[in-house]
Each structure stands twice: as C-alpha cells, then as structure tokens.
Write a protein that binds this ligand. Sequence first.
Ligand code: PMP
Length: 388
Amino acid sequence: MALKRNKSKFVNDRLAYLEDNHLYRKMRQVVVQGTTANVDGRNVIHLCSNDYLGLAHNPKILRKAANALKEVSQCSSRLIAGNNPQLSELESSLASHRKTEAALVFPTGYMANLGVVTALADKNSTILSDELNHASIIDACRLSGATIKVFRHNDVEHLEEIMRKAPGRRIVITEGIFSMDGDLSKLGEICKIAGEYEALTVLDDAHGDFVFGQDYSGVASYLKAPVDVHVSSLSKSLGCFGGYVAASASTIELLINISKQFIFTSALPSHLCVAASEAINLAKRGGLQEKLHANIAFLKERLEDEGFIIGNSSSQIMPIMIGSENTAMEFSTELLRAGVFAQAIRYPTVKRGSARLRLSVTAAHAKGQLGQAVEILQAVGKKKKIVS
Ligand code: PMP
C-alpha cells in the first residue's frame, strides 16, 4: 500500500509542478477540415497545420489510399515479411527527389532521426548539433553514445571553434527550416566548415522539404549545400505520415543492417506509401508552392504591419514571440474563442521564457481568410498588450 502511495506521489508532484509553472499540457479535440478546424466544438481558422501544401485532403490521394486499404496490411517488419513493393516505389521516388543514390522509409520522422544518428555515430564520434535542433535529434544524439557538442543557434563561428577541438569522427547535424522559429539554416557555411574538417553532414529537412529548392527538393538544394545525409518527414508538406532518410547506397545499406528503429518495428502500411507517392507527384508539379510562397509574403507583411514580432522567420512557420508561458497560453485560448486556432509553444519545446504562438500558413489558405485571421490576432493581441 505504502509503495503505491509513493508511486502516485511522484506522478502527482510532477503534474503539480507543470501546472504551477504554466507548462501543463492538455489535448484539445480537433477535427481538421483543411484550412479550418473544429476545435473543442468551435469552427475556427486553422493556423497551426504542417500540411503546408494542403495535400492532406487532396481527393486523388485519398482515393488512391482508400483503394490500397483494401489490401491486407503486411503486419511485419521489413526484414521479416513487410517489404511490400509500394515501399520500394516510394523510396525510389524519394531518392530521386533528394538526388541521392538511395532512400529508406521509417515509420516516422522521429524514428528516422533516431535510426540514422545511432547508426552513424558511436562512442568514438563527436556530434556537433545546433542548439535549436528538434527533440528527436537530441534524443538520437544521446542514444548514439557519442560526445555531444551543441553550437549556438546558426552560429558558424561557434561551430568552427568547437569543431577544431572535437575528438574522433565528426558529424554535424542541423535542420533546414527550424521547426519553432521558421528561420533558415546557414547550411552552405556549415557544409563548408564540415568539408574542411572532413565531418559528415546530416540535415533534418522536415520543414523545408517540398517547399524550397530546385524542383522543391529542399533546403540543401536551395542553398546549394552538399549534405551527406538527408532526413525528413512525410507528415508535413506531403500531408501523409512516415519518415525517411536519403543518402548514399552504402549508408542506406548500413541502416538496413543495424538501425534498430528500422529492424525492430513494423513496416509503414501500404496505403500510406501509396498516398505519399501520389503526394510526391502532385508536389513536384509546382503550383502549390507558388501559392504557399505568396501566402507567406502576405501573412508576414500583415503581421509585421500590425507590430507582431516574428523573429527571423523566412518560411511558412511564423512564431509570434511572447516570452511568458502564461501569457502565451492565455493569448492562444482567447484567439480560439475569437475564431483562430494557433497553438502556444512552451518549454521544453522552446527555451523557458521564450514561449510563442507558432503560426503556420499553407498553400490552401485564401487571402481573405488570412486577412480575417490577422484582424482577430490584432484585436486579441491589443487586449493582451502584445501589440499596441
Ligand atoms: N524533425 C523535425 C524538425 C520535426 O519538426 C518533426 C516533427 N515535428 C520531426 C522531425 C518528426 O517527424 P514525424 O512527425 O514524422 O515523427
């Protein structure tokens, strides 16, 4: 009995700590309807989706995925009995999209990061990681057993300084577009320094993939940066689900042989592979990206005109910087009541005291909808003294 009480005390104390510090998280009921959503029973403008190209509700993709669902799922890992032909088709289009020799699909982008970093780094390696890298990269670095050196966000001088002293094999890892700030990595300079020190480069391009670069092949192409290993998610611009690594054929061969997150888990179901392959075809045609970039320019200008501080955002991700966790939560809740769904982002997703609303605009938003959202943001922002 005493043991039981102790156990729940630990849980209750942790929950109380989160509540006291405005860090408690609660899930809302959300039914996404494209650029609008029903959130806890209220229909609102959806401004926090990662469906950047608006493909998640594309009828052609949904039809193809529904047809593929008629087949029995493989219920197995890839190396046992799960390697269906749709996976290989998807991987070959992902490899040609990223202009690499090969690609490998993982069940999620999170697992792709764990799988690739633990395969490429060990206790004799040093990983140099941007301080704003995603939680999956941080976990991946820790799991690999490598020495971890964190460089200040996008600070190439700091990177070089720690690179000079780094022992063993060196691996640099960064994001293309940073997920909570929406700014662009200094990938060209990072790859130059990596080249000088013979360091391997790993890029998590979850948010730049299919949005930037020649043929929309991502931030490495956009900045003409010779990245060695590309990681991305199928659940952002493609509007699907899953993750992948694109790299040399030998790197992919190594992942198939030693990556636990590939070996000891079930294969991505066929209907998701079919959906992702169709989404790639549609994304590669262009057009959607033109709409997205026009919407980015429009929303950025309108937000800045109203006095919102959106940091160094140069993409579809626009953080409205607040600072206090409590104010960010209150702002988000009042916005929802007024008709805009924009989630507050707090520690540990971002540093303490740097809470924000993370807005994301998509190709599917109509200009009128964005204008209406800015009016609501401005009215609530004034009330909460975020803008004057
Ligand atoms: N990397 C980055 C930069 C991300 O933002 C995310 C998702 N938020 C992931 C990886 C994980 O991708 P997934 O959702 O496919 O697991």
